[in-house]
Design a protein around this ligand. Sequence first.
Ligand SMILES: [Zn+2]
Length: 464
Amino acid sequence: MPKITFLGAAGTVTGSKYLIEAEGKRLLVDCGLFEGSKELNQRNWEKLTVDPATIDWVLLTHAHIDHTGYLPRLVRNGFRGPIYSNPATHELCNLLLPDSAHLQEEEAQFRAKKKYSRYNPPLPLYTVAESQQALKQFHDIPRADAFTISPQFSVRPHDAGHILGSSWLELTVTENGKQTLIVFSGDVGRYNMPILKDPEPPTRADFLLCESTYGDRDHPPGSVADILADVINRTAKHGGAIVIPAFAVDRTQLLMYYVRELHDQQRIPNLPVYIDSPMAINVTTLYSNHHEDYRPEYLREMQGGIHDPLNFSSVHMTRTVEDSKKINDVVSPCVIISASGMATGGRILHHLARRLPDSRSSVLLVGYQAEGTRGRALEEGAQYIRIFGEEVPVRAQVVSIGELSAHAGRSELLRWLSGMQSAPKQAFLVHGEPNALTSFHDAVVSQFHWNVTIPAYLQPFDLS
Ligand SMILES: [Zn+2]
């Protein structure tokens, strides 16, 4: 019988990796990096419990690093098979994987300089060259049609509405003539957002894996535009800056959309908006080239040719380090959108170091902030944040806008699951922190009466 092993995103939100075995063949669904605490990061360095050379294929749900960022390491350690994804995910990975490698190399250099590493010289988890090698193994599959990987595995992707190219997967596993249908939720997006289509619901599955990032809570009700307008107007009145750590993929584009709307409706003053992330700028271009995930009304607006809904006149895209540093000299009110989204690295750190001590300024948190990150510390009301070895006082106002999350809230996850016409034999809850998992477990059991399991890290299950 087929078997599944949870090599990641079990009891935590990162490191998504699910090994499916049938008739001696091995398929890995997603290949994500662990991120967050030191213990989680350490898992990226541990030997995988399965020899990468014995894995035949990798199949991806979407491009986020916690679903793809382990690929270069897998390739470095012997994986030679094809990596299947749709074209948008492939193009996003062309940007994200070398960037991730670059961060790994920088961190190794930093450790060498600070002389704290058990390796001498300290090594990166993988190099830019290794990320390029992984990209050579990518093969495009259709966005929505069925695709046969082998006699054992075939897949049909569906829109997940989470980021550009994001899919949930119906995987049909055939062993000794018997078919088993496994649904992988990937990350489930939101309903009624302005740019991307709603997630399509699953209707049938023998086994179902569902993410649980927000399994314990709903995003607060309220209009994103109203909250954004309120924070921007209040901060501008005091003469401060609005600093927004934002994921380069999707969150930045959505923020640009909302800020442009507010600007066009003259609900906010004409402030300069700095998009200070070369990655976010590249991804924004990619968003402009891929229309297959867009809502029809958004596409019409875009094709109307009046303006690019992602772009407007007061936006300044800063690519170079020099231009980025110049933003430090801006003393009038402005909006600064920069990566990384959880303030774990990237140019946002310079902006936080400069603006956090300023009580006139605001920091807006717009995405999920994982345990152990500076973003989570800010969200939880930390008085000081450590940046570049210094304790930076938090005097700026910190505001969380959960409404801007790319992840379905608890009710939206339940809405997505309610598309199922009959109970799966077993539902596995993954990609959540412990509280979210147990709370969502109880919600699914009480609403659907399914057999629900929270798998442990590295736990195998027979799919019979
Ligand atoms: Zn994701």
